[in-house]
Design a protein around this ligand. Structure first.
Ligand code: ZN
Length: 164
């Protein structure tokens, strides 16, 4: 792991790709505009977070081959945060985990650094997901919902343009 404080190790399971029923529904709904490139949405989201929610230090986000139960982690290094996302996730889950980890970078403070070295992993996990982190999460999540709404608005505008 190297130097730095591990702020979070987010555990969970990798989501399966959407079921064929969901795929069929999406096709029927003609969501081409939204599904054209799911990673485009991820990139858009990341650049919005950099602009609207910059943490105290730069954030490097990378996709890594993490154990299958590790969805993501956030590590504080000397001069930056490093967020690792499990490379097996689809774009939608990656956005979800990015929001979770970004909130850690946003909520980071020196007392957390100290605690990460003095208390058990379990206790630290509790403290690093306390209400400070919760507030940061809500701030990041609101940006996310705004982006999703914008995406829908532009989709609907496109979709019903011809009818006007
Ligand atoms: Zn976490």
């Amino acid at each position: 792991m190297g130097r730095g404080a591990l702020m979070c190790c987010y555990r969970g399971s990798i989501e399966k790709p959407p079921s064929s029923a969901v795929e069929k529904l999406r096709a029927e709904m003609d969501l081409d505009l939204l599904r054209k490139d799911e990673w485009k949405e991820y990139k858009y989201e990341l650049s919005a977070l950099r602009k609207l929610c910059p943490p105290a230090m730069p954030v490097l986000v990378k996709f890594s081959k993490l154990p299958v139960s590790h969805l993501g982690q956030c590590v504080r290094r000397q001069t930056r945060f490093v967020i690792r996302l499990n490379s097996q996730m689809n774009a939608y889950q990656a956005i979800d985990v990015l929001i979770h980890e970004w909130a850690h970078a946003l909520a980071w403070n020196y007392s957390l650094d100290k605690l990460s070295k003095t208390v058990s992993r379990e206790l630290f996990d509790e403290v690093s997901h306390d209400e400070t982190w919760g507030c940061a999460y809500s701030r990041v999540y609101r940006i996310h919902t705004t982006l999703v709404k914008e995406c829908w608005d532009s989709f609907l505008k496109e979709r019903f343009k011809e009818d006007e």
